[in-house]
Design a protein around this ligand. Structure first.
Ligand code: M6R
Length: 619
Protein backbone atom coordinates (compact mmCIF):
# COMPACT_ATOMS: atom_id res chain seq x y z
CA UNK A 1 0.00 0.00 0.00
CA UNK A 2 2.96 2.26 0.68
CA UNK A 3 6.35 2.03 -0.98
CA UNK A 4 9.51 1.91 1.09
CA UNK A 5 13.18 2.21 0.12
CA UNK A 6 16.27 2.04 2.32
CA UNK A 7 19.90 2.41 1.26
CA UNK A 8 23.32 2.11 2.90
CA UNK A 9 26.26 2.38 0.51
CA UNK A 10 28.83 4.67 -1.00
CA UNK A 11 26.75 6.74 -3.39
CA UNK A 12 24.72 9.84 -2.56
CA UNK A 13 21.72 8.19 -0.92
CA UNK A 14 19.16 10.79 -1.95
CA UNK A 15 19.37 9.96 -5.67
CA UNK A 16 19.20 6.23 -5.08
CA UNK A 17 16.18 6.67 -2.80
CA UNK A 18 14.31 8.99 -5.17
CA UNK A 19 14.92 6.63 -8.11
CA UNK A 20 13.63 3.75 -6.00
CA UNK A 21 10.55 5.68 -4.90
CA UNK A 22 9.77 6.53 -8.51
CA UNK A 23 9.50 2.79 -9.21
CA UNK A 24 7.34 2.22 -6.14
CA UNK A 25 4.91 5.04 -6.68
CA UNK A 26 2.38 2.52 -7.94
CA UNK A 27 2.00 1.50 -4.29
CA UNK A 28 0.67 4.88 -3.24
CA UNK A 29 1.09 8.52 -4.13
CA UNK A 30 -0.66 10.52 -1.41
CA UNK A 31 2.65 11.87 -0.14
CA UNK A 32 6.37 11.15 -0.28
CA UNK A 33 9.30 11.72 2.03
CA UNK A 34 12.99 11.02 2.57
CA UNK A 35 15.42 10.86 5.48
CA UNK A 36 19.17 11.00 4.88
CA UNK A 37 21.87 10.38 7.50
CA UNK A 38 24.77 12.78 6.95
CA UNK A 39 27.33 10.69 8.82
CA UNK A 40 28.08 13.49 11.25
CA UNK A 41 25.18 12.85 13.60
CA UNK A 42 22.65 14.72 11.48
CA UNK A 43 19.42 13.34 10.07
CA UNK A 44 17.80 15.45 7.34
CA UNK A 45 14.12 14.81 6.65
CA UNK A 46 11.81 16.27 4.03
CA UNK A 47 8.26 15.21 3.16
CA UNK A 48 5.50 16.56 1.02
CA UNK A 49 1.87 15.76 0.31
CA UNK A 50 0.99 14.59 -3.21
CA UNK A 51 3.00 12.71 -5.77
CA UNK A 52 6.75 12.26 -5.61
CA UNK A 53 7.25 15.16 -8.01
CA UNK A 54 6.02 17.55 -5.28
CA UNK A 55 8.74 16.30 -2.95
CA UNK A 56 11.34 16.59 -5.69
CA UNK A 57 10.28 20.18 -6.39
CA UNK A 58 10.53 20.93 -2.68
CA UNK A 59 14.01 19.38 -2.47
CA UNK A 60 15.11 21.51 -5.44
CA UNK A 61 14.00 24.68 -3.63
CA UNK A 62 15.90 23.82 -0.44
CA UNK A 63 19.47 24.92 0.04
CA UNK A 64 19.99 22.20 2.66
CA UNK A 65 22.14 19.64 0.89
CA UNK A 66 20.87 16.14 1.56
CA UNK A 67 24.39 14.75 1.79
CA UNK A 68 24.98 11.25 3.04
CA UNK A 69 25.26 7.73 1.76
CA UNK A 70 22.54 6.18 3.88
CA UNK A 71 18.87 6.94 4.18
CA UNK A 72 15.34 5.89 3.41
CA UNK A 73 12.23 7.05 1.58
CA UNK A 74 8.50 6.49 1.52
CA UNK A 75 5.61 6.94 -0.84
CA UNK A 76 2.27 6.80 0.95
CA UNK A 77 -1.24 5.52 0.49
CA UNK A 78 -3.04 7.17 3.38
CA UNK A 79 -4.89 5.10 5.98
CA UNK A 80 -4.64 6.85 9.35
CA UNK A 81 -4.50 10.59 8.91
CA UNK A 82 -5.25 12.52 5.73
CA UNK A 83 -2.80 12.92 2.85
CA UNK A 84 -1.10 16.03 4.24
CA UNK A 85 2.48 17.17 4.82
CA UNK A 86 2.25 16.54 8.55
CA UNK A 87 1.08 12.97 8.08
CA UNK A 88 3.68 12.20 5.42
CA UNK A 89 6.48 9.78 6.38
CA UNK A 90 9.24 9.70 7.67
CA UNK A 91 8.04 10.42 11.20
CA UNK A 92 10.50 11.34 13.94
CA UNK A 93 10.69 11.23 17.68
CA UNK A 94 10.84 14.46 19.68
CA UNK A 95 14.64 14.70 19.51
CA UNK A 96 14.64 14.27 15.75
CA UNK A 97 17.22 11.48 16.03
CA UNK A 98 15.00 8.52 15.21
CA UNK A 99 13.03 8.35 11.95
CA UNK A 100 10.61 5.71 10.75
CA UNK A 101 8.79 4.83 7.54
CA UNK A 102 5.94 2.35 7.56
CA UNK A 103 3.77 0.27 5.28
CA UNK A 104 0.71 -1.38 6.84
CA UNK A 105 -1.47 -0.60 9.83
CA UNK A 106 -0.51 -0.66 13.49
CA UNK A 107 -3.87 -1.72 14.84
CA UNK A 108 -3.14 -0.93 18.51
CA UNK A 109 -1.92 2.56 17.69
CA UNK A 110 -4.58 4.22 19.88
CA UNK A 111 -3.42 2.77 23.24
CA UNK A 112 0.20 3.30 22.22
CA UNK A 113 -0.45 6.96 21.42
CA UNK A 114 -2.37 7.34 24.68
CA UNK A 115 0.53 5.80 26.59
CA UNK A 116 2.99 8.20 24.95
CA UNK A 117 0.78 11.22 25.57
CA UNK A 118 0.39 10.23 29.22
CA UNK A 119 4.19 10.18 29.40
CA UNK A 120 4.29 13.75 28.08
CA UNK A 121 5.26 12.97 24.48
CA UNK A 122 3.94 15.46 21.95
CA UNK A 123 2.57 13.74 18.84
CA UNK A 124 2.71 15.82 15.70
CA UNK A 125 0.73 13.72 13.23
CA UNK A 126 -2.56 11.82 13.06
CA UNK A 127 -0.92 8.58 11.97
CA UNK A 128 -0.62 5.14 13.50
CA UNK A 129 3.06 5.22 12.53
CA UNK A 130 4.45 8.08 14.58
CA UNK A 131 4.09 6.18 17.87
CA UNK A 132 6.68 3.67 16.61
CA UNK A 133 9.35 6.41 16.28
CA UNK A 134 8.77 7.62 19.84
CA UNK A 135 8.67 4.10 21.27
CA UNK A 136 11.94 3.11 19.61
CA UNK A 137 13.59 6.36 20.72
CA UNK A 138 12.52 5.67 24.31
CA UNK A 139 13.64 2.03 24.20
CA UNK A 140 17.00 3.17 22.81
CA UNK A 141 17.43 5.88 25.43
CA UNK A 142 16.78 3.82 28.50
CA UNK A 143 16.28 0.31 29.87
CA UNK A 144 17.49 -3.13 28.76
CA UNK A 145 17.78 -2.19 25.06
CA UNK A 146 19.51 1.17 25.64
CA UNK A 147 22.05 2.05 22.95
CA UNK A 148 21.09 -0.93 20.77
CA UNK A 149 18.92 0.11 17.82
CA UNK A 150 18.08 -3.40 16.60
CA UNK A 151 17.16 -4.56 20.10
CA UNK A 152 15.01 -1.45 20.59
CA UNK A 153 13.19 -2.12 17.30
CA UNK A 154 12.60 -5.75 18.28
CA UNK A 155 11.25 -4.77 21.67
CA UNK A 156 8.84 -2.28 20.14
CA UNK A 157 7.71 -4.60 17.34
CA UNK A 158 6.82 -7.27 19.88
CA UNK A 159 4.25 -4.81 21.17
CA UNK A 160 2.70 -3.99 17.80
CA UNK A 161 -0.49 -5.56 16.45
CA UNK A 162 -1.41 -5.52 12.79
CA UNK A 163 0.65 -5.56 9.63
CA UNK A 164 3.83 -3.63 9.15
CA UNK A 165 7.03 -3.11 7.34
CA UNK A 166 8.98 -0.57 9.40
CA UNK A 167 12.36 0.96 8.64
CA UNK A 168 14.21 2.86 11.38
CA UNK A 169 17.25 5.09 11.23
CA UNK A 170 19.04 6.68 14.16
CA UNK A 171 21.28 9.72 13.75
CA UNK A 172 23.92 8.05 15.94
CA UNK A 173 24.09 5.09 13.51
CA UNK A 174 24.74 6.66 10.12
CA UNK A 175 25.81 3.34 8.58
CA UNK A 176 22.81 1.20 9.29
CA UNK A 177 19.06 0.81 8.93
CA UNK A 178 17.00 -1.58 11.03
CA UNK A 179 13.79 -2.94 9.56
CA UNK A 180 11.05 -5.31 10.62
CA UNK A 181 8.20 -7.00 8.82
CA UNK A 182 4.92 -8.72 9.58
CA UNK A 183 2.38 -9.54 6.84
CA UNK A 184 3.73 -6.77 4.67
CA UNK A 185 6.49 -7.10 2.08
CA UNK A 186 10.20 -6.37 2.53
CA UNK A 187 13.16 -7.47 0.44
CA UNK A 188 16.88 -6.82 0.85
CA UNK A 189 19.01 -6.04 -2.23
CA UNK A 190 22.69 -7.02 -2.11
CA UNK A 191 25.02 -4.87 -4.19
CA UNK A 192 28.82 -4.36 -4.22
CA UNK A 193 29.51 -2.34 -1.10
CA UNK A 194 25.87 -1.28 -0.89
CA UNK A 195 22.71 -2.79 0.53
CA UNK A 196 19.10 -1.92 -0.16
CA UNK A 197 15.73 -2.42 1.47
CA UNK A 198 12.49 -2.13 -0.44
CA UNK A 199 8.86 -3.15 -0.60
CA UNK A 200 9.52 -4.52 -4.08
CA UNK A 201 12.69 -5.41 -5.99
CA UNK A 202 11.72 -2.88 -8.68
CA UNK A 203 13.19 -0.20 -6.40
CA UNK A 204 16.75 -1.56 -6.69
CA UNK A 205 16.72 -3.75 -9.81
CA UNK A 206 18.84 -1.09 -11.56
CA UNK A 207 21.64 -1.77 -9.05
CA UNK A 208 21.40 -5.45 -8.23
CA UNK A 209 19.39 -8.58 -8.95
CA UNK A 210 20.59 -10.43 -5.85
CA UNK A 211 17.92 -10.24 -3.23
CA UNK A 212 16.79 -11.75 0.05
CA UNK A 213 13.19 -12.22 1.02
CA UNK A 214 12.43 -11.57 4.69
CA UNK A 215 10.17 -13.93 6.57
CA UNK A 216 7.31 -13.21 8.92
CA UNK A 217 8.22 -11.36 12.14
CA UNK A 218 11.85 -10.93 11.15
CA UNK A 219 14.12 -7.99 11.88
CA UNK A 220 16.96 -7.13 9.53
CA UNK A 221 19.88 -4.78 10.02
CA UNK A 222 21.54 -3.61 6.83
CA UNK A 223 25.00 -2.13 6.51
CA UNK A 224 27.18 -1.21 3.55
CA UNK A 225 28.78 -4.67 3.56
CA UNK A 226 25.81 -6.90 4.30
CA UNK A 227 22.93 -7.70 6.58
CA UNK A 228 21.85 -9.87 9.47
CA UNK A 229 18.43 -11.23 10.28
CA UNK A 230 16.86 -12.23 13.57
CA UNK A 231 13.42 -13.06 14.84
CA UNK A 232 11.63 -10.64 17.16
CA UNK A 233 13.42 -12.17 20.15
CA UNK A 234 16.87 -11.61 18.68
CA UNK A 235 17.58 -15.23 17.68
CA UNK A 236 19.38 -15.60 14.34
CA UNK A 237 16.82 -16.32 11.60
CA UNK A 238 16.91 -17.61 8.04
CA UNK A 239 15.82 -15.43 5.17
CA UNK A 240 15.47 -16.72 1.60
CA UNK A 241 18.01 -15.51 -1.01
CA UNK A 242 16.83 -15.31 -4.63
CA UNK A 243 17.85 -13.81 -7.95
CA UNK A 244 15.44 -11.52 -9.75
CA UNK A 245 14.77 -12.94 -13.21
CA UNK A 246 13.55 -9.78 -14.93
CA UNK A 247 15.56 -6.67 -15.64
CA UNK A 248 15.23 -2.91 -15.53
CA UNK A 249 13.69 -2.73 -19.01
CA UNK A 250 10.70 -4.72 -17.71
CA UNK A 251 10.10 -2.06 -15.08
CA UNK A 252 10.36 0.85 -17.55
CA UNK A 253 7.72 2.30 -19.87
CA UNK A 254 9.49 1.14 -23.05
CA UNK A 255 8.47 4.13 -25.16
CA UNK A 256 4.84 4.22 -24.00
CA UNK A 257 3.25 7.22 -22.34
CA UNK A 258 1.94 5.02 -19.55
CA UNK A 259 2.90 1.71 -17.98
CA UNK A 260 -0.66 0.53 -18.46
CA UNK A 261 -0.48 0.95 -22.23
CA UNK A 262 2.76 -1.02 -22.29
CA UNK A 263 1.28 -3.70 -20.06
CA UNK A 264 -1.79 -4.06 -22.30
CA UNK A 265 0.57 -4.76 -25.20
CA UNK A 266 2.58 -7.23 -23.19
CA UNK A 267 -0.40 -9.53 -22.72
CA UNK A 268 0.40 -12.13 -25.38
CA UNK A 269 3.87 -12.58 -23.88
CA UNK A 270 2.52 -12.58 -20.35
CA UNK A 271 -0.01 -15.32 -21.13
CA UNK A 272 2.64 -17.34 -22.99
CA UNK A 273 4.88 -17.06 -19.91
CA UNK A 274 2.06 -18.17 -17.64
CA UNK A 275 1.56 -21.31 -19.71
CA UNK A 276 5.23 -22.10 -20.36
CA UNK A 277 6.47 -25.39 -18.95
CA UNK A 278 3.18 -26.49 -17.46
CA UNK A 279 2.51 -29.42 -19.78
CA UNK A 280 4.89 -32.39 -19.62
CA UNK A 281 3.96 -35.74 -21.12
CA UNK A 282 0.34 -34.64 -21.51
CA UNK A 283 0.22 -33.82 -17.80
CA UNK A 284 -0.31 -30.42 -16.20
CA UNK A 285 2.43 -29.57 -13.73
CA UNK A 286 1.95 -26.74 -11.25
CA UNK A 287 4.83 -24.74 -9.67
CA UNK A 288 5.48 -25.25 -5.99
CA UNK A 289 3.15 -28.14 -5.35
CA UNK A 290 3.05 -28.88 -1.68
CA UNK A 291 -0.17 -30.84 -2.29
CA UNK A 292 -0.02 -34.55 -3.05
CA UNK A 293 -1.83 -35.83 -6.17
CA UNK A 294 -4.25 -37.58 -3.84
CA UNK A 295 -5.17 -34.23 -2.22
CA UNK A 296 -6.35 -32.91 -5.57
CA UNK A 297 -8.16 -36.16 -6.32
CA UNK A 298 -10.05 -35.96 -3.03
CA UNK A 299 -11.25 -32.39 -3.53
CA UNK A 300 -15.05 -32.27 -3.42
CA UNK A 301 -15.59 -28.52 -3.57
CA UNK A 302 -13.68 -25.49 -4.79
CA UNK A 303 -13.82 -21.95 -3.47
CA UNK A 304 -12.15 -19.16 -5.39
CA UNK A 305 -11.33 -16.08 -3.33
CA UNK A 306 -9.95 -12.81 -4.67
CA UNK A 307 -10.55 -9.08 -4.93
CA UNK A 308 -11.17 -6.62 -7.75
CA UNK A 309 -9.85 -7.71 -11.09
CA UNK A 310 -8.51 -10.95 -9.64
CA UNK A 311 -12.07 -11.73 -8.50
CA UNK A 312 -13.29 -11.24 -12.06
CA UNK A 313 -10.71 -13.74 -13.25
CA UNK A 314 -12.01 -16.05 -10.50
CA UNK A 315 -15.55 -15.78 -11.87
CA UNK A 316 -14.17 -17.14 -15.12
CA UNK A 317 -12.43 -20.00 -13.31
CA UNK A 318 -15.87 -21.26 -12.27
CA UNK A 319 -17.00 -21.79 -15.88
CA UNK A 320 -13.89 -23.81 -16.73
CA UNK A 321 -13.49 -25.82 -13.52
CA UNK A 322 -17.15 -26.84 -13.27
CA UNK A 323 -17.26 -27.74 -16.95
CA UNK A 324 -14.05 -29.77 -16.91
CA UNK A 325 -14.25 -31.41 -13.48
CA UNK A 326 -17.96 -31.43 -12.48
CA UNK A 327 -16.85 -30.07 -9.10
CA UNK A 328 -19.00 -27.35 -7.54
CA UNK A 329 -17.15 -24.03 -7.51
CA UNK A 330 -18.05 -20.98 -5.44
CA UNK A 331 -16.40 -17.67 -6.23
CA UNK A 332 -16.29 -15.25 -3.37
CA UNK A 333 -14.98 -11.76 -2.70
CA UNK A 334 -12.10 -12.34 -0.29
CA UNK A 335 -13.31 -9.51 1.93
CA UNK A 336 -16.63 -11.33 2.49
CA UNK A 337 -15.40 -14.89 2.65
CA UNK A 338 -14.35 -15.37 6.25
CA UNK A 339 -17.08 -13.23 7.72
CA UNK A 340 -19.88 -15.50 6.56
CA UNK A 341 -18.56 -18.76 8.01
CA UNK A 342 -18.18 -20.75 4.78
CA UNK A 343 -18.37 -24.53 5.04
CA UNK A 344 -14.79 -25.76 4.59
CA UNK A 345 -12.94 -28.97 5.38
CA UNK A 346 -9.94 -31.03 4.26
CA UNK A 347 -11.62 -31.83 0.96
CA UNK A 348 -12.17 -28.22 0.05
CA UNK A 349 -9.70 -26.58 -2.29
CA UNK A 350 -9.46 -22.82 -1.91
CA UNK A 351 -7.90 -21.04 -4.88
CA UNK A 352 -6.63 -17.63 -3.80
CA UNK A 353 -5.90 -15.31 -6.72
CA UNK A 354 -3.76 -12.24 -6.17
CA UNK A 355 -1.39 -10.42 -8.49
CA UNK A 356 0.57 -8.87 -5.66
CA UNK A 357 0.25 -11.76 -3.25
CA UNK A 358 -0.10 -9.24 -0.45
CA UNK A 359 -3.76 -8.15 -0.61
CA UNK A 360 -4.81 -8.28 3.03
CA UNK A 361 -8.42 -9.36 2.35
CA UNK A 362 -7.18 -12.32 0.32
CA UNK A 363 -4.43 -13.15 2.81
CA UNK A 364 -6.96 -13.23 5.65
CA UNK A 365 -9.24 -15.45 3.56
CA UNK A 366 -6.30 -17.82 3.04
CA UNK A 367 -5.59 -17.87 6.77
CA UNK A 368 -9.23 -18.55 7.53
CA UNK A 369 -9.32 -21.41 5.00
CA UNK A 370 -6.19 -22.94 6.51
CA UNK A 371 -7.58 -22.71 10.02
CA UNK A 372 -10.58 -24.70 8.76
CA UNK A 373 -8.16 -27.31 7.32
CA UNK A 374 -8.94 -26.54 3.68
CA UNK A 375 -6.10 -26.85 1.13
CA UNK A 376 -5.06 -23.57 -0.41
CA UNK A 377 -3.61 -23.03 -3.84
CA UNK A 378 -2.40 -19.51 -4.65
CA UNK A 379 -2.27 -17.94 -8.08
CA UNK A 380 0.16 -15.09 -7.83
CA UNK A 381 2.42 -12.85 -9.90
CA UNK A 382 4.93 -11.93 -7.20
CA UNK A 383 7.54 -14.46 -6.23
CA UNK A 384 7.69 -15.22 -2.54
CA UNK A 385 4.84 -12.89 -1.54
CA UNK A 386 2.93 -13.60 1.65
CA UNK A 387 -0.12 -15.31 0.08
CA UNK A 388 1.91 -17.99 -1.75
CA UNK A 389 4.10 -18.40 1.33
CA UNK A 390 1.09 -19.25 3.44
CA UNK A 391 -0.57 -21.47 0.83
CA UNK A 392 -0.11 -25.21 0.22
CA UNK A 393 0.70 -24.76 -3.44
CA UNK A 394 1.35 -21.92 -5.82
CA UNK A 395 1.02 -21.30 -9.50
CA UNK A 396 2.95 -18.20 -10.53
CA UNK A 397 1.64 -16.24 -13.48
CA UNK A 398 5.11 -14.96 -14.54
CA UNK A 399 3.50 -11.94 -16.22
CA UNK A 400 6.42 -9.70 -15.20
CA UNK A 401 6.12 -6.54 -13.12
CA UNK A 402 2.82 -4.69 -13.47
CA UNK A 403 3.26 -1.07 -12.50
CA UNK A 404 0.03 0.52 -13.75
CA UNK A 405 -2.46 0.50 -10.89
CA UNK A 406 -5.12 -0.96 -13.19
CA UNK A 407 -4.54 -4.67 -13.63
CA UNK A 408 -4.31 -5.72 -17.29
CA UNK A 409 -1.75 -8.35 -18.21
CA UNK A 410 -2.10 -9.97 -14.82
CA UNK A 411 -5.86 -10.36 -15.41
CA UNK A 412 -5.41 -12.28 -18.64
CA UNK A 413 -2.53 -14.25 -17.11
CA UNK A 414 -4.74 -15.15 -14.15
CA UNK A 415 -7.39 -16.45 -16.56
CA UNK A 416 -4.77 -18.71 -18.15
CA UNK A 417 -3.54 -19.83 -14.72
CA UNK A 418 -7.10 -20.57 -13.56
CA UNK A 419 -7.60 -22.78 -16.56
CA UNK A 420 -4.38 -24.64 -15.75
CA UNK A 421 -5.76 -25.29 -12.28
CA UNK A 422 -9.00 -26.55 -13.86
CA UNK A 423 -7.03 -28.91 -16.09
CA UNK A 424 -4.86 -30.08 -13.17
CA UNK A 425 -8.02 -30.93 -11.22
CA UNK A 426 -9.59 -32.65 -14.22
CA UNK A 427 -6.49 -34.78 -14.69
CA UNK A 428 -6.26 -35.65 -10.97
CA UNK A 429 -9.94 -36.61 -10.85
CA UNK A 430 -9.85 -38.42 -14.18
CA UNK A 431 -12.61 -36.33 -15.72
CA UNK A 432 -10.31 -35.67 -18.67
CA UNK A 433 -8.00 -38.11 -20.41
CA UNK A 434 -4.39 -37.02 -20.96
CA UNK A 435 -5.15 -36.44 -24.67
CA UNK A 436 -8.00 -34.12 -23.78
CA UNK A 437 -5.86 -32.21 -21.31
CA UNK A 438 -3.19 -31.82 -23.99
CA UNK A 439 -5.81 -30.62 -26.49
CA UNK A 440 -7.20 -27.97 -24.11
CA UNK A 441 -3.64 -26.89 -23.34
CA UNK A 442 -2.88 -26.54 -27.05
CA UNK A 443 -5.91 -24.26 -27.41
CA UNK A 444 -4.61 -22.16 -24.56
CA UNK A 445 -1.18 -22.05 -26.16
CA UNK A 446 -2.73 -20.61 -29.33
CA UNK A 447 -4.13 -17.67 -27.36
CA UNK A 448 -1.08 -15.37 -27.37
CA UNK A 449 -1.38 -15.16 -31.18
CA UNK A 450 -5.11 -14.45 -30.96
CA UNK A 451 -4.45 -11.77 -28.34
CA UNK A 452 -1.79 -10.22 -30.55
CA UNK A 453 -4.40 -10.08 -33.34
CA UNK A 454 -6.87 -8.46 -30.91
CA UNK A 455 -4.23 -5.85 -30.10
CA UNK A 456 -3.72 -5.16 -33.81
CA UNK A 457 -7.37 -4.20 -33.99
CA UNK A 458 -7.60 -1.74 -31.08
CA UNK A 459 -7.41 1.43 -33.18
CA UNK A 460 -11.21 1.43 -33.42
CA UNK A 461 -11.43 1.40 -29.59
CA UNK A 462 -8.98 4.33 -29.42
CA UNK A 463 -11.06 6.40 -31.80
CA UNK A 464 -14.26 5.55 -30.03
CA UNK A 465 -12.74 6.59 -26.69
CA UNK A 466 -12.51 10.22 -27.80
CA UNK A 467 -16.18 10.06 -28.67
CA UNK A 468 -17.28 8.50 -25.40
CA UNK A 469 -15.09 10.62 -23.12
CA UNK A 470 -17.78 13.25 -22.36
CA UNK A 471 -20.38 10.61 -21.35
CA UNK A 472 -21.63 10.65 -17.77
CA UNK A 473 -22.16 6.91 -17.46
CA UNK A 474 -21.61 3.69 -19.39
CA UNK A 475 -23.38 0.36 -18.92
CA UNK A 476 -21.85 -3.03 -19.75
CA UNK A 477 -23.75 -6.21 -20.63
CA UNK A 478 -22.53 -9.78 -21.01
CA UNK A 479 -23.64 -13.35 -20.55
CA UNK A 480 -21.84 -16.55 -19.62
CA UNK A 481 -18.06 -15.82 -19.79
CA UNK A 482 -18.94 -12.42 -21.27
CA UNK A 483 -20.41 -11.33 -17.92
CA UNK A 484 -17.12 -11.28 -15.94
CA UNK A 485 -15.60 -9.51 -18.95
CA UNK A 486 -18.34 -6.88 -18.72
CA UNK A 487 -17.66 -6.52 -14.97
CA UNK A 488 -13.96 -6.06 -15.66
CA UNK A 489 -14.64 -3.51 -18.41
CA UNK A 490 -16.81 -1.50 -16.01
CA UNK A 491 -14.21 -1.68 -13.22
CA UNK A 492 -11.49 -0.41 -15.56
CA UNK A 493 -13.66 2.52 -16.61
CA UNK A 494 -14.58 3.43 -13.02
CA UNK A 495 -11.05 3.32 -11.68
CA UNK A 496 -9.38 5.09 -14.59
CA UNK A 497 -11.94 7.49 -16.02
CA UNK A 498 -13.96 8.11 -12.80
CA UNK A 499 -17.16 7.48 -14.74
CA UNK A 500 -20.19 5.74 -13.43
CA UNK A 501 -19.89 2.33 -15.04
CA UNK A 502 -21.96 -0.69 -14.18
CA UNK A 503 -22.12 -4.19 -15.60
CA UNK A 504 -25.11 -6.49 -15.70
CA UNK A 505 -25.70 -10.06 -16.74
CA UNK A 506 -27.72 -9.32 -19.87
CA UNK A 507 -30.53 -11.63 -18.78
CA UNK A 508 -31.07 -9.41 -15.75
CA UNK A 509 -31.74 -6.36 -17.88
CA UNK A 510 -35.50 -6.79 -17.92
CA UNK A 511 -35.54 -7.32 -14.14
CA UNK A 512 -34.68 -3.70 -13.43
CA UNK A 513 -31.60 -2.19 -15.07
CA UNK A 514 -33.40 -1.50 -18.34
CA UNK A 515 -34.97 1.46 -16.52
CA UNK A 516 -31.55 3.13 -16.69
CA UNK A 517 -31.53 3.24 -20.47
CA UNK A 518 -32.05 6.73 -21.81
CA UNK A 519 -31.37 8.52 -25.02
CA UNK A 520 -27.69 8.37 -26.01
CA UNK A 521 -26.53 6.24 -23.04
CA UNK A 522 -23.52 4.18 -24.17
CA UNK A 523 -23.99 0.46 -23.53
CA UNK A 524 -21.09 -1.90 -24.16
CA UNK A 525 -22.25 -5.40 -25.07
CA UNK A 526 -19.88 -8.38 -24.99
CA UNK A 527 -21.30 -10.79 -27.56
CA UNK A 528 -20.81 -14.55 -27.45
CA UNK A 529 -19.80 -16.42 -30.56
CA UNK A 530 -22.69 -16.95 -33.04
CA UNK A 531 -21.36 -20.48 -33.63
CA UNK A 532 -20.02 -21.49 -30.21
CA UNK A 533 -22.97 -20.10 -28.26
CA UNK A 534 -25.77 -19.65 -30.80
CA UNK A 535 -28.62 -19.61 -28.25
CA UNK A 536 -27.01 -16.96 -26.06
CA UNK A 537 -26.00 -14.99 -29.14
CA UNK A 538 -29.65 -14.81 -30.23
CA UNK A 539 -30.72 -13.69 -26.76
CA UNK A 540 -28.14 -10.93 -26.63
CA UNK A 541 -29.17 -9.82 -30.08
CA UNK A 542 -32.70 -9.38 -28.68
CA UNK A 543 -31.29 -7.44 -25.68
CA UNK A 544 -29.48 -5.13 -28.06
CA UNK A 545 -32.69 -4.44 -29.91
CA UNK A 546 -34.54 -3.79 -26.65
CA UNK A 547 -32.02 -1.19 -25.50
CA UNK A 548 -31.62 0.35 -28.95
CA UNK A 549 -35.38 0.86 -29.08
CA UNK A 550 -35.05 2.86 -25.85
CA UNK A 551 -32.32 5.13 -27.16
CA UNK A 552 -29.10 3.35 -26.08
CA UNK A 553 -25.97 3.85 -28.13
CA UNK A 554 -24.46 0.36 -28.48
CA UNK A 555 -20.79 -0.49 -28.49
CA UNK A 556 -20.58 -4.14 -29.42
CA UNK A 557 -17.58 -6.42 -28.90
CA UNK A 558 -18.12 -9.26 -31.33
CA UNK A 559 -16.30 -12.06 -33.05
CA UNK A 560 -14.81 -11.24 -36.47
CA UNK A 561 -17.18 -12.33 -39.18
CA UNK A 562 -20.29 -12.05 -37.02
CA UNK A 563 -22.36 -10.35 -39.72
CA UNK A 564 -25.68 -10.71 -37.86
CA UNK A 565 -24.64 -8.08 -35.36
CA UNK A 566 -23.61 -5.38 -37.81
CA UNK A 567 -27.07 -3.78 -38.41
CA UNK A 568 -27.62 -3.39 -34.65
CA UNK A 569 -24.27 -2.04 -33.46
CA UNK A 570 -23.70 1.71 -33.42
CA UNK A 571 -20.02 0.91 -32.88
CA UNK A 572 -18.48 -2.47 -33.55
CA UNK A 573 -15.21 -3.63 -31.97
CA UNK A 574 -14.15 -6.94 -33.49
CA UNK A 575 -12.00 -9.60 -31.86
CA UNK A 576 -10.67 -12.89 -33.27
CA UNK A 577 -12.88 -15.98 -33.11
CA UNK A 578 -11.61 -18.36 -30.39
CA UNK A 579 -13.16 -21.20 -28.33
CA UNK A 580 -15.89 -20.03 -25.96
CA UNK A 581 -14.04 -20.41 -22.64
CA UNK A 582 -11.08 -18.50 -24.05
CA UNK A 583 -13.06 -15.60 -25.43
CA UNK A 584 -12.38 -13.38 -22.38
CA UNK A 585 -8.68 -13.40 -23.30
CA UNK A 586 -9.46 -11.47 -26.46
CA UNK A 587 -12.65 -9.57 -25.63
CA UNK A 588 -11.03 -7.91 -22.60
CA UNK A 589 -8.37 -6.25 -24.73
CA UNK A 590 -10.51 -3.55 -26.44
CA UNK A 591 -12.21 -2.81 -23.09
CA UNK A 592 -8.85 -2.14 -21.43
CA UNK A 593 -7.86 0.16 -24.29
CA UNK A 594 -11.22 1.92 -24.21
CA UNK A 595 -10.93 2.68 -20.49
CA UNK A 596 -7.31 3.85 -20.72
CA UNK A 597 -8.02 6.10 -23.70
CA UNK A 598 -11.20 7.57 -22.22
CA UNK A 599 -9.21 8.38 -19.06
CA UNK A 600 -6.52 9.99 -21.20
CA UNK A 601 -9.05 12.00 -23.14
CA UNK A 602 -10.51 13.22 -19.84
CA UNK A 603 -7.04 14.31 -18.76
CA UNK A 604 -6.40 11.76 -16.01
CA UNK A 605 -3.21 9.98 -15.03
CA UNK A 606 -3.79 6.48 -16.35
CA UNK A 607 -1.12 4.86 -14.16
CA UNK A 608 -2.08 6.59 -10.94
CA UNK A 609 -5.83 6.86 -10.59
CA UNK A 610 -7.00 8.95 -7.68
CA UNK A 611 -7.47 7.36 -4.24
CA UNK A 612 -6.06 4.02 -5.37
CA UNK A 613 -2.89 2.03 -4.88
CA UNK A 614 -1.69 -1.11 -6.58
CA UNK A 615 -1.46 -3.33 -3.51
CA UNK A 616 -4.10 -3.13 -0.85
CA UNK A 617 -2.38 -4.32 2.30
CA UNK A 618 -5.09 -3.22 4.70
CA UNK A 619 -8.51 -4.76 5.26
O1 M6R B 1 -2.90 -7.83 -5.99
P1 M6R B 1 -4.31 -8.35 -6.12
O2 M6R B 1 -4.51 -9.10 -7.38
O3 M6R B 1 -4.73 -9.15 -4.94
O4 M6R B 1 -5.22 -7.07 -6.17
C1 M6R B 1 -6.61 -7.18 -6.18
C2 M6R B 1 -7.28 -5.87 -6.54
O5 M6R B 1 -6.93 -4.90 -5.60
C3 M6R B 1 -6.87 -5.40 -7.94
O6 M6R B 1 -7.19 -6.34 -8.90
C4 M6R B 1 -7.59 -4.07 -8.26
O7 M6R B 1 -8.95 -4.30 -8.36
C5 M6R B 1 -7.03 -3.47 -9.57
N1 M6R B 1 -6.66 -2.10 -9.35
C6 M6R B 1 -8.00 -3.42 -10.66
O8 M6R B 1 -7.46 -2.87 -11.81
Amino acid sequence: MCGIVGYVGNRPALNVILDGLRRLEYRGYDSAGVAVLDGRGGLAVERKAGQLRNLEARLDELDVPFEGTAGMGHTRWATHGGPTDRNAHPHRDGTGKVAVVHNGIIENFAPLRAELEAAGVELTSDTDTEAAAHLVARAYADGPTAGDLAASVRAVCRRLHGAFTLLFTHAEHPDMIVAARRSSPLVVGLGEGETFLASDVAAFIEHTRDAVELGQDQVVTIRRDGYDVTDLDGNPAEAKPFRVTWDLAAAEKGGHDYFMLKEIEEQPTAVANTLRGHLTDRRIVLDEQRLADGDLRDVDKVFVVACGTAYHSGLLAKYAIEHWTRLPVEVELASEFRYRDPVLDRQTLVVAISQSGETMDTLEAVRHAKEQKARVLAICNTNGAQIPRESDAVLYTHAGPEIGVAATKTFTSQIAANYLVGLALAQARGTKYPDEVAREFAELEAMPDAMAAALDGVEAARELARDLAPSRAVLFLGRHVGFPVALEGALKLKELAYMHAEAFAAGELKHGPIALIEDGLPVVVVMPSPKGRAVLHAKLLSNIQEITARGARTVVIAEEGDETIRPFAHHLLEVPAVPTLLQPLVSTVPLQVLAAEIARARGYDVDKPRNLAKSVTVE
